[in-house]
Design a protein around this ligand. Structure first.
Ligand code: ATP
Ligand code: MG
Length: 457
């Protein structure tokens, strides 16, 4: 495990230097800052486990520092140093979420023990978090809803590759479940107890991304006040998931190629070579072959990342899964919102099945959550759906051309049979049962309307 890092924040240089010596001898990495602002700068560049801070300092107080650290999502524990007689400060500190406090003059043994306990508690918490992730991840795999043959094939690939170090490229439009599949691969591998680090390559500017991934050494660029390990180092023994890989700059592509080929890299501004045992999973919703043809993605890198690829189908190609997913999201939304809605009425389900879902599963989940909020009864009705889903659904009902009944009913009949066939993956037996007709009637009507099943892919 990496050496725990302690940051001392005190405007008194004597306090700082004596703590550096005392805690340094205990094997911790110790940094110091004379005030809250400098401490916050440190936190941007270094992972800190424990902050030991004076309460009253010029400028930002210790309490303000604690608030700012939490606002920025930091999780180091804070130990406050307070003057003898200011016991109410100490109580306030604990209430604000500090780990503990010590009273001046500082007793070396007391602070050593406190820091030791604090670090032990942190590592226990981290272990629990890993375990929880692992359990959630496993459940996530079970919770991957979908029985369409296309999904069945994907599950088989996930199972086959999970426990290998093979690089996996997951492609497919946004919202089709790429991230979920990446997690399923990690949590079904023997790396499950090690970290899964997810990086959205599209969300950071190039230079920052490079330092995020590979770390940097002190002085590598303005603001790099200390060494910072990168995500490839932190993911050692585990998995790194590089999302939106198509956005990687040419310089980053070269570094990625090296890491994939030789499993080694250098930090930004550093000369030392690090070896890492990381499983790499990548995702993109852009066609990488096209980018290769346009010279925007390195061919050699493409071959390295495209060892095993999983192509997530858009939701409109998994019609039979829509009711399953809809019911799954209905249950989740009801739990989250404390509602009791049991189902969708038949018309609503039909609308859900025939909407093209450009935003795929994410859009379906959002639509259902919104409907649950709006629904008044124990069923979701079409009135609870957003307007764009209802466009075009009333064509049949509003047709004003009066035709002989036999002819007027042909188009709706054809539509119903086609929907039922698609719903049942063109299984005629199931379709005939669903429509409550015998199979020969179904075959006759399929011939009449020219309904043929699409070729298997
Ligand atoms: N098979 C599935 N079963 C249940 N929920 C799913 C399934 N696939 C996706 N989801 C849910 O749909 C949402 C979108 O999935 P996810 O984030 O994995 O998509 P994505 O392809 O990674 O999208 P993007 O390209 O935008 O990153 C998530 O809330 C996810 O939990
Ligand atoms: Mg994603």
């Amino acid at each position: 495990m990496a050496k725990p890092v302690i940051l001392i924040v005190d405007d008194d240089p004597i306090v700082c230097s004596s703590m550096v010596e005392m805690l340094g001898l205990q094997g911790y990495g110790v940094r110091t800052a004379p005030d809250g602002e400098t401490a916050l700068e440190h936190l941007q560049n270094t992972t800190v486990d424990v902050i030991i801070s004076d309460v009253s300092m010029p400028g930002m107080s210790g309490f303000d520092l604690l608030d700012k650290v939490r606002e920025r999502g930091g999780d180091p524990d804070l130990i406050f140093i307070t003057a003898y007689g200011n016991i109410e400060d100490a109580v306030a500190a604990i209430k604000r979420g500090a780990y503990n406090y010590v009273v001046k003059p500082i007793d070396d043994e007391e602070i050593k023990l406190m820091v030791k306990r604090c670090i032990e508690r942190r590592s226990m918490k981290a272990e629990n978090r890993d375990l929880r992730h692992q359990i959630n991840g496993k459940l996530g795999f079970d919770n991957l809803i979908g029985e369409d043959p296309k999904m069945q094939r994907i599950y088989q690939v996930v199972e086959a590759v999970a426990d290998t170090r093979t690089t996996v490229l997951i492609t497919g439009p946004s919202g089709t479940g790429k991230t979920l599949i990446a997690r399923a691969i990690h949590y079904n591998s023997s790396r499950a107890r090690r970290p899964l680090i997810e990086v959205n390559c599209g969300a950071l500017p190039d230079t920052l991304l490079e330092s995020e991934l590979f770390g940097h050494v002190r002085g590598a660029f303005t603001g790099a006040v200390s060494d910072k390990p990168g995500k490839f180092e932190r993911a050692n023994g585990g998995t790194i998931f590089l999302d939106e890989i198509s956005t990687a700059s040419p310089a980053l592509q070269i570094k990625l190629l090296r890491v994939l080929q030789e499993r080694c890299f250098e930090c930004v501004g550093g000369t030392q070579t690090y070896y890492t045992d990381v499983r790499v999973i990548l995702a993109t919703n852009t066609n990488l072959t096209q980018l290769v043809q346009q010279g925007r993605f390195r061919k050699d890198l493409y071959y390295r990342v495209n060892v095993v690829s999983i192509d997530m189908p858009p939701l409109r190609e998994r019609l039979g899964d829509i009711p399953l997913l809809a019911v799954h999201f209905l249950k989740l939304a009801c739990e989250r919102l404390g509602r009791k809605i049991e189902s969708f009425d038949a018309h609503t389900m039909e609308i859900l099945i025939h909407y093209p879902w450009p935003g795929n599963i994410r859009e379906l989940a959002n639509v259902i959550e919104r409907s649950v909020m709006l629904a008044r009864g124990v069923q979701i009705t079409f009135e609870d759906l957003p307007a764009e889903l209802l466009k075009g659904t009333s064509k049949v009902h509003l047709n004003e051309n009066i035709l002989p009944l036999r002819i007027a009913l042909e188009e709706p009949e054809r539509q119903i049979i086609e929907k039922a066939l698609i719903f049942n993956n063109w299984n005629r037996h199931k379709t005939a049962d669903m429509l409550d007709v015998n199979r020969s009637t179904l075959f006759t009507k399929m011939r009449k309307y020219g309904l043929v099943s699409p070729p298997r892919t």
